[in-house]
Ligand binder design. Structure first.
Ligand code: WTA
Length: 637
């Protein structure tokens, strides 16, 4: 029996047991549901100590044949991508599987014509327009490795990513529509490329029709090239373990990590989880509101849905434009059946009141999903009551960029759901909780550091150009286990609830932000001596950023105007170095930062002060400078 589509709790349990007892047999039979040029010699080879992980070795395939070509027999005229523009008065575009095939092939041919070959890196810096999904697939068609950079990142963040993986070509647009604003993406690219001499070609999508400058011998409008290109392109035959893409994610220290995902395992796992977590049926319209610049968009707008022949909605805009009914307007208009969003969006919309959703027909909805951070009880109930009308199961899906696909979740209408609990591992996922001594906790009811004991097909294989960092970050905290960086608790029934990060990554509006790069950006300000960033609870963003900043030579800001000016300069610096998403909500200038005797900043104390939990700071007498703590508390913002 195939476990590919799990339809009952019993089937889930059988699949789970089988996946743990006979992982290779289990994944081999899941993999039978795909199209292979050649099947694998071995299902799994791994050694977490190196770490080295290989799935479906010896197999040959192209993921776009699985996401596009194989559907052309039965679904050529079915909508693959349903593009909903920023402006509701602009018509939505239904791109069928046949059209997707033709457009992907045309773009693939353009890339080839520009000298892009298998293994080359291509950077995609685009708004949520169809060309973004098409570029992703066009790279995969010819075996080029795509690296999508979220179009909210600054020029220097973009340049850092382009340089890190040495991209040869960038696809961008003349601009992006975002609510009532237009963002000039092209000039961000121009700035970034001043420091990226190896980028020889920039292909520009015309979207906002603004005047932009094209650099001679480098920049080309994309459309005229597409018009001339052939609508067929033989897919490059890829090895199972050939890289498919690199996607950068923040680390707690240093520069962003280019997580490398490979072809076969990623395809199998993203498709398998999509089918089951959303219980997608042939006629359904599925919508994930994420941006393709994040892993959620890669796995659950593009690859997972298309590998299942689904109709996947791509939305260019924001939930607040032209008004707070926009999401629900789209659900009504396209009769969306599965809706997948983030807690921060739910909270932002809940704040505007239930009248907005109540004026739309949301009866098409069958499954609701959430991802990106823990969902609080209140947001969960609002989502359930006002969007799901108490009849749609909610899947709280826990996973990470590094994982490639959803690891812990309920299955809608199939396994138990409890508000704020991600609940159960997907088949193939073996979670465990670790205590402070580094031992696995064997009692069912427990809380600790969340690890995964066994590889699954879409685990990232390395960090681009830095395998040591990959090992140190994920496989060195606990022997032979993948460490997630998250804490979790497990209830008496064995269901998991994710409690949040245990490292210096802060999740703001669902975006992972490492504290170190933000501190580095602030420290570049000539007047700044030192800084420490912590998170504090925020109604809508989940967490917001609180910065403690000391100035050089104990310089102090004398007037309010001066203070405000300095705060603005600090936030401008962060915007320029990282992007507006990393701006600080609060900046407190302090005379010093609490430090241990070895000179480490005690963020734990700063975190408590920022969250106004000052009655429980623990023992501060061992600090190098306990006296600064009182002052910081007094002047808390
Ligand atoms: C957090 C997003 C609680 C978690 C797919 C994880 C969650 C980090 C959930 C990864 C959830 C994601 N409940 N926390 N359902 N989903 N997280 O790499 O801390 O952007 O480690 O991947 O988000 O974020 P990333």
């Amino acid at each position: 029996m195939s476990h590919y589509h799990i339809k009952s709790e019993k089937q889930y349990q059988e699949a789970y047991l089988e996946s743990v007892k006979n992982p290779e047999e289990f994944w081999a039979q899941i993999a039978e549901n795909f199209q292979w040029t050649k099947k694998w010699d071995t299902v799994l080879n791994f050694d977490f100590s190196k770490p080295e992980i290989n799935w479906f070795q010896g197999a040959k395939l192209n993921i776009t044949e699985n996401c596009i070509d194989r559907h052309l027999f039965e679904r050529a005229n079915k909508t693959a991508l349903l593009f909903e523009p920023n402006d509701p008065s602009e018509e939505a575009a239904h791109i069928t599987y046949q059209q997707l095939h033709d457009r992907v092939c045309q773009l693939a041919n353009v890339l080839k014509d520009k000298g892009i070959k298998k293994g080359d890196r291509v950077c995609l810096y685009l708004p949520m327009v169809p060309e973004l999904a098409i570029s992703v697939l066009a790279c995969a068609r010819i075996g080029a490795i795509h690296t999508v950079v979220f179009a909210g990142f600054s020029a220097s963040a973009l340049a850092a990513r382009i340089l890190d993986c040495d991209c040869k070509l960038v696809v961008t647009s003349d601009g992006a529509f975002r609510g009532s604003k237009t963002i000039d993406l092209k000039s961000i690219v121009d700035n970034a490329l001043k420091n990226c001499p190896n980028v020889k070609t920039v292909l520009v999508v015309k979207r906002v029709h603004s005047e932009i400058s094209l650099t001679e011998n480098r920049d080309l409008w994309l459309q005229p090239l597409l018009d001339k290109a052939e609508k067929t392109c033989t897919p490059e035959v890829m090895d199972a373990e050939d890289p498919l893409f690199i996607l950068y994610t923040s680390g707690s220290t240093g520069k962003p990590k280019g997580m490398v995902h490979t072809t076969a395992g990623y395809m199998v796992y993203s498709a398998f989880t999509f089918k089951n977590v959303f219980q997608y049926e042939e006629e359904d319209v599925y919508w994930c509101t994420a941006d393709i610049g994040w892993i959620t968009g890669h796995s659950y707008i593009v690859y997972g849905p298309l590998a299942n022949g689904a109709t996947s909605v791509m939305f260019e805009g924001v939930p607040s434009y032209p008004d707070y009914g926009r999401f629900w307007d789209i659900v009504q208009k396209h009769k969306v059946n599965q809706f997948y969003t983030a807690p921060t969006a739910i909270r932002a919309l809940a704040k505007e009141g239930a009248t907005w959703p109540s004026t739309y027909d949301l009866s098409s909805l069958k499954v609701l999903g959430t991802v990106g951070e823990p969902i609080n009880d209140e947001a969960w109930h609002w989502y359930d009551e006002h969007i799901g009308k108490g009849t749609c199961p909610i899947v709280d899906t826990w996973w990470q960029t590094e994982n490639g696909g959803i690891l812990i979740t309920s299955l809608p209408g199939i396994t138990k759901q409890i508000p704020t609990f991600a609940t159960l591992p997907m088949p193939g996922i073996q979670p465990c909780l670790m205590d402070e001594n580094g031992e696995e906790i064997n009692t069912t009811e427990a809380s600790g550091g969340l690890c995964i004991k066994f590889p699954w097909p879409s685990i990232a294989r390395t960090i681009w150009g830095n395998h040591d960092r990959y090992r140190d970050t994920y496989f060195s905290a606990y022997k032979n286990k993948y460490f997630t960086g998250d804490g979790a608790l497990r209830n008496a029934e064995g269901l998991y609830r994710i409690t949040g990060r245990v490292d210096d990554v802060i999740i703001v509006s669902g975006h992972n932000l490492g504290t170190a790069p933000i501190e580095d950006a602030i420290d570049e300000h000539l007047k700044v001596s030192e800084s420490a960033i912590v998170g504090f609870p925020h109604d809508i963003k989940g967490n917001a950023l609180y910065g403690y900043v000391t100035l050089v030579n104990s310089l102090s800001t004398s007037s309010e105007t001066e203070t405000n000016q300095l705060k603005k300069e600090i936030n401008d610096l962060i915007s320029a170095k990282i992007g507006p998403i990393a701006k600080l909500d609060k900046i407190q200038f302090t005379e010093g930062l609490p430090k241990t005797r070895s000179g480490k900043i005690m963020r734990r104390i700063l975190r408590k002060i920022a969250s106004n939990e000052t009655n429980n700071l623990g023992d501060i007498s061992t600090l190098l400078n306990p006296e600064v703590v009182e002052k910081i508390i007094e002047e808390r913002l």
